[in-house]
Design a protein around this ligand. Structure first.
Ligand code: SF4
Length: 232
């Protein structure tokens, strides 16, 4: 039996009422989509999680459906089990805005790194300096940052979108926070052009990666043919 807290709990804690009347705290996660076997959002074979919700409204945002509409909801534990079942070098977390769910993602990354050797790459609209500031007050932000190997930071600025691989606009920085990907930065710096995957299912047409304008247009056409339930 699930009982959702309505109190001011930013981390979406939920209580499961136990048979003995006690309450076990469980973190919940709102997300838009998740996939395995991705080759276009970081080195190696990656799982990708797009969390739901973002306080910004960047003109030209390609993730509108992960900010508006109805999110998927699950427990951190279920998400960790999903990730651990994948054959992946690591996970890329994008959105939406991951740091709006810092508590749940701190927990998720702690679990998966405890169980497996997993590299964690995160795209955020915040600047690293802003996050370091928040981390002084918010332990969840601090814990989440401690589990990130590569942070790609900064908001998407349409006027600075010059088709650079792996970032939406040239203000966004690739910041290795550990050594894990520090020796593999040529994956980003020597890449030519943008690469995307289009994942088709009966209900959705998912555009994966950081797309250029031409790729967005192709995706729109494919989506028109395939979709009954649109996602980006
Ligand atoms: S930060 Fe990212 S998800 Fe949020 S509005 Fe900007 S581009 Fe979209």
């Amino acid at each position: 039996m699930l009982r959702k807290n309505t109190a001011d709990e930013p981390s979406l804690r939920t209580g499961i009422i136990l048979k003995n009347g006690g309450v076990k705290r469980v973190s919940r996660l709102l997300y838009g989509a998740r996939i395995a076997g991705c080759k276009v959002l970081g080195p190696g074979n990656r799982a990708v999680l797009w969390v739901f919700g973002c306080p910004r409204d960047c003109p030209g945002c390609i993730a509108k459906s992960f900010r508006e509409g109805t999110p998927r909801e699950t427990t951190v534990q279920e998400m960790a089990e999903w990730y651990l079942a994948q054959d992946a070098e690591g996970i890329t977390i994008s959105g939406g805005e991951p740091f709006e769910q810092a508590e749940a993602l701190a927990e998720l990354t702690e679990i998966i790194r405890r169980e497996k050797d997993a590299g964690v790459i995160v795209y955020t609209g915040y600047l690293y300096e802003e996050l370091l500031d928040r981390a002084k007050q918010e332990s969840a932000v601090r814990r989440f940052l401690n589990n990130i190997d590569l942070l790609i930071d900064g908001p998407y600025l349409q006027e600075r979108d010059h088709n650079q691989p792996y970032v939406g606009s040239d203000n966004q920085r690739l910041l290795p926070l550990t050594n894990r990907y520090a020796g593999q930065m040529s994956y980003y710096t020597e890449a030519v052009g943008r690469k995307v995957e289009i994942r088709l299912s009966e209900k959705t047409t998912l555009l994966v990666g950081v797309p250029g304008q031409d790729q967005r247009e192709i995706w729109r056409r494919v989506k028109k043919l395939n979709d009954t339930n649109v996602e980006t």
